[in-house]
Design a binder for this molecule. Structure first.
Ligand code: ADP
Length: 488
């Protein structure tokens, strides 16, 4: 049984459905066959009964049975089975005389007499069972002709049943053959039709196989396969489009994952490179310091100062890297509290003016307060980074502005300068980590290339956004931060 179940499961769905259809058809055909055959049997039986009565009536009155072909049969070869007609006379003294009116196969006389005797008592009768004569089954009927004390005469008539039987047999044969052919055609054609109907599913299955056999852990994954074809009905269409959308999702997330991995690799490589530069300098200055300690003591302080400078640069770089890594990991290194952006901006402006006296500076504050929830130290870092850039990447004397205003729901801070600006192709990349527009120039200015990435990550972590518009003479970084609830 289990082997049968296992074999059934191994069949294709189309074959399974076709076989199930065949089994169903077999049951239906069987029922139809049994019902039609038994109806026909009943009908032929009734007809034979009617003929028997007619023949008996004729025989009683004429003592003669018409033997015309077809009269007693059903137009078949067995029409030739002769009918049986016997007159049974009972005379006093228990004398019984049988008179055969027809030529017929030998029939058991005792049975005929017994039947006739019963007819005398209870009117026209049939025997309980058919009587076999000459290998042919006969249906008998007996009826009294004369019933006087001197002469009792009974007519007994028998008609062959072989016509009925032959017709039924033929009917069964015809049924078996036609139903058999119909069954084979049904299963065969059904299998083809079902197979065609199920082809879209087979397509999907082979696509799924392709996806399953693709190494999704490889560096570059090609997931361009999709379930093709059309038709199959609404359900199959829906399944196919859902299936393809699912592969799209897998494809996109794989692409996103490999892009993220690529970015991480690049970031680690850049970070190592950036850390190596100050380290190399420190080692160089340390050698110089050791040499100077022995030969030129006056130079020592200078080398030591340079070493401190480089170490400071390194520590700034490490701070930025750590901050970015934490923001990336959504570890929330922020300590949010209710703050006023105006206060933070005024402090940043003071710091800028003190640190960069060679840049004319204007602070424009529209609202008296811009309350929001944020980490004051990090928000100050955002403004400091933007203001420092405005000074560091422009020539001395270039004007710098810090403007504060509010938009519905947002606090807006703009850091603008009248410097050379950033070209459109670089505008898209300045927020990338370690990206510098002009490497040599920025190296001179000591930038790490992380300033704007830190700004972007911090602003995003505060639920805000930073944008850049720049053309020669007007570079504007705009920071939007959500105002505290209830503030407009
Ligand atoms: P850096 O440490 O080099 O300043 P940032 O991420 O802060 O790194 O800036 C990236 C690059 O964008 C800088 O190297 C510089 O070329 C350019 N940049 C940033 N701000 C300005 C500005 N106000 N004017 C011109 N160029 C700028």
């Amino acid at each position: 049984m289990t082997r049968l179940t296992a074999a059934w499961r191994r069949l294709r769905l189309g074959t399974q459905l076709a076989l199930a259809l065949g089994a169903l058809a077999l049951v239906v055909f069987g029922l139809v066959g049994v019902v039609t055959t038994s109806l026909l049997h009943q009908y032929l039986d009734n007809r034979l009964g009617e003929q028997l009565s007619t023949t008996l009536g004729q025989f009683k009155s004429t003592n003669y049975i018409n033997l015309q072909p077809g009269k007693f049969g059903h137009g078949s070869a067995s029409d030739h089975d002769p009918p049986i007609g016997v007159m049974v006379e009972f005379s006093p003294g228990n004398n019984v005389k049988l008179t055969d009116s027809t030529v017929h196969p030998p029939v058991d006389g005792q049975l005929v007499v017994a039947l006739a005797a019963r007819a005398l008592v209870s009117g026209p009768v049939h025997p309980e069972q058919d009587i076999v004569a000459g290998g042919i089954r006969y249906r008998f009927m007996a009826a009294t002709v004369t019933n006087s004390p001197v002469l009792k005469k009974v007519a007994v008539v028998g008609l062959s049943e072989s016509d009925t039987e032959a017709t039924i047999r033929r009917m069964i044969m015809v049924n078996l053959v036609t139903f058999g052919i119909a069954l084979v055609v049904l299963v065969g054609v059904g299998q083809q039709v079902l197979r065609r109907g199920l082809r879209p599913l087979a397509d999907m299955s082979s696509t799924a196989h392709t996806v399953a056999s693709t190494d999704l852990t490889a560096n570059s994954v090609d997931l361009s396969v999709r379930a093709k074809g059309e038709g199959g009905g609404i359900e199959v269409e829906e399944l196919r489009s859902a299936f393809n959308v699912m592969i799209d999702h897998i494809d996109h997330s794989l692409a996103a994952r490999s892009a993220a991995e690529q970015r991480l690799r690049q970031f680690v490589a850049d970070a190592s490179h950036e850390l190596r530069t100050p380290l190399t300098s420190i080692r160089g200055y340390a050698d110089l310091f050791a040499y100077a300690a022995a030969n030129e003591p006056a130079e020592r302080e200078r080398h030591l100062a340079r070493m401190r400078e480089e170490a400071g640069r390194m520590s700034l770089l490490l701070d930025d890297l750590l901050l970015l890594a934490r923001l990336d990991a959504a570890e929330a290194p922020l300590r949010p509290e209710p703050v006023d952006l105006v206060e933070i901006a005024v402090a940043a402006a003071d710091g800028f003016q003190a640190g960069h006296p060679d840049h004319p500076f204007t602070l424009e504050v529209e609202p008296s307060a811009l309350p929001l929830v944020g980490d004051p130290m990090r928000l100050r870092q955002v403004l400091d980074n933007l203001l420092t850039n405005a000074a560091v990447h422009t020539d001395a004397g270039t004007p710098v502005w810090l403007r504060l205003r509010s938009e519905p729901g947002w606090a807006v801070a703009e850091v603008a300068d009248g410097g050379p600006g950033i070209s459109p192709e670089n505008q898209a990349r300045v927020f990338d980590r370690f990206y510098r527009v002009d490497d040599s120039r920025t190296r001179r200015s000591g930038g790490t290339g992380l300033g704007l990435s830190v700004v972007h990550s911090l602003v995003t972590a505060h639920g805000g956004a930073v944008t850049l518009q720049s053309r020669p003479g007007a570079t504007v970084f705009t920071v939007r931060l959500p105002l505290s609830a209830g503030q407009v």
